[in-house]
Design a protein around this ligand. Structure first.
Ligand code: ZN
Length: 332
C-alpha cells in the first residue's frame, strides 16, 4: 500500500562503450507497471535505450547493487523451490540412471536441452563431462549444480542473495559456494588449477551492472577450451524490449539487440573468443527467485497479464556460447 522503499538510481550511458552519442531511448515504462513490481518500492519511470554501436538495449536509470534485494522482495523462495522440485522429477530420474548407452545419453541430452534450457534445468552436455569443473554464477538454491554434480562434474556456485545460503548448505546435499558477486570472490583460493570448463549464466548475465567487467572476469576463470554459456532474453525489436521490461524492469540491465554487432562487441573485449548463438522463439519464463513455471503456465500467464500487448511482443531467448581456444598458448 504505502511506498516506503526508495531505491537509489543513476543514469549512465551504454555499459559496453560508454558513449552517449551512440544511444537513444526507444521504450518508456513505469516500474509500477511491471509484473514483479514490489509495491513497497516507490514508482519511477525508466527507458530502454538502444546503443547502435554495441548492438544492445540497456535500461536507464539503473539501480545501485544494494537495491537488488528489495526488487525481489515480494517473491517467495520457498515456493520457487517447491515448484522446481516437482517439475524436475522426471529429469532427476533420467540423471540418476545416467549410465545409459552413449546414443541414449545424447538423445536425452538434446531433448532435455531443448525442453528445459531456457525454463528450469541447466543445459546438458552430450558427453565427456566427468571430472570437469563447472561454475554457476547466480546459482540460486543450487538446483542446476546438484544436477551437474550427479553427472560427475566438480561444481561451484556464486549467489548474491544470502537467503539461499541455507539451501546451498543443506547437510545431505551441500553445494560449494560463495555468497557474493562473482567478481568479488577470492578466486585465487577457489579456482581449479586449470580453470573452469563451463561457466553458466542462466538468466543472470543481462542483470549484471558491469557486463564488460563480468566478461573479462569470467574469461580469466575459464580453462583453455572452456565455454562461457549465457541463456537470457533476446530483444530483436523495441516491442520485444518493451515485453522484457514489462517483466524485468529494472532487474535486467542489458539485452542483446543486434547479434552481429554484439558479437563484435564481445570480440572487442575477448579477441580470441569463438562465439556461437541460438535463438528461441515464443517462449518465456520468469526466472527470478520465484514463480518459475512450466512452459504452458508461463504462456498462459503472459496472455493473462499482458492481454493484447502480447500479440505484438513475442518473447525470445538467446543461448550464447563463448568459447576459449584450446592450447597452452591461449591460456591467460
Ligand atoms: Zn555501446
Amino acid at each position: 500500500m504505502e511506498n516506503s522503499i526508495r531505491i537509489s538510481l543513476y543514469s549512465a550511458p551504454c555499459p559496453y562503450c560508454g558513449n552517449p552519442a551512440n544511444s537513444q531511448p526507444v521504450v518508456r515504462i513505469q516500474y509500477a507497471d511491471t509484473v514483479d513490481a514490489n509495491p513497497r518500492i516507490e514508482n519511477f519511470e525508466g527507458s530502454g535505450d538502444v546503443c547502435t554501436n554495441c548492438g544492445i538495449y540497456f535500461v536507464n536509470p539503473r539501480y545501485i547493487s544494494d537495491a537488488f534485494k528489495y526488487l525481489y522482495g515480494s517473491l517467495s523462495i520457498q515456493s520457487a523451490t517447491a515448484v522446481k522440485r516437482f517439475a524436475s522429477l522426471p529429469v532427476r530420474y533420467l540423471l540418476q540412471n545416467w549410465n545409459h548407452p552413449r546414443f541414449v545419453r545424447r538423445t536425452l541430452a538434446r531433448a532435455l536441452g531443448t525442453c528445459f534450457e531456457s525454463i528450469l534445468m541447466p543445459p546438458l552436455p552430450p558427453d565427456g563431462f566427468a571430472g570437469k569443473h563447472v561454475l554457476d554464477v547466480g546459482c540460486g538454491d543450487g538446483t542446476h549444480l546438484r544436477s551437474y554434480k550427479r553427472m560427475g562434474y566438480n561444481v561451484f556456485g556464486t549467489e548474491v542473495l544470502p537467503e539461499y545460503a541455507r539451501q546451498l548448505d543443506a547437510p545431505a546435499d551441500a553445494v560449494p559456494h560463495a555468497i557474493a558477486d562473482f567478481t568479488d570472490v577470492d578466486w585465487d583460493r577457489i579456482r581449479p588449477p586449470g580453470g573452469f570448463d563451463l561457466i553458466i549464466f542462466q538468466s543472470v548475465f543481462y542483470r549484471l551492472p558491469d557486463p564488460a567487467k563480468a566478461l573479462r572476469a569470467a574469461w580469466q576463470l575459464l580453462a583453455p577450451g572452456g565455454t562461457l554459456l549465457r541463456i537470457e532474453p533476446y530483444c530483436p525489436s523495441p516491442d520485444a524490449l518493451r515485453f522484457m521490461m514489462t517483466f524485468n524492469f529494472p532487474q535486467g540491465f542489458t539485452f542483446v539487440h543486434d547479434l552481429t554487432r554484439y558479437r563484435e562487441t564481445v570480440r572487442r573485449f575477448l579477441p580470441d573468443a569463438t562465439i556461437s548463438s541460438r535463438v528461441f522463439h515464443g517462449r518465456s519464463h520468469k526466472h527470478a527467485t520465484g514463480n518459475e513455471l512450466t512452459l504452458l503456465t508461463a504462456l498462459g500467464d503472459i496472455v493473462r497479464r499482458l492481454g493484447c500487448q502480447a500479440a505484438s511482443s513475442e518473447p525470445w531467448f538467446i543461448r550464447l556460447e563463448i568459447r576459449k581456444p584450446d592450447g597452452p598458448g591461449s591460456a591467460e
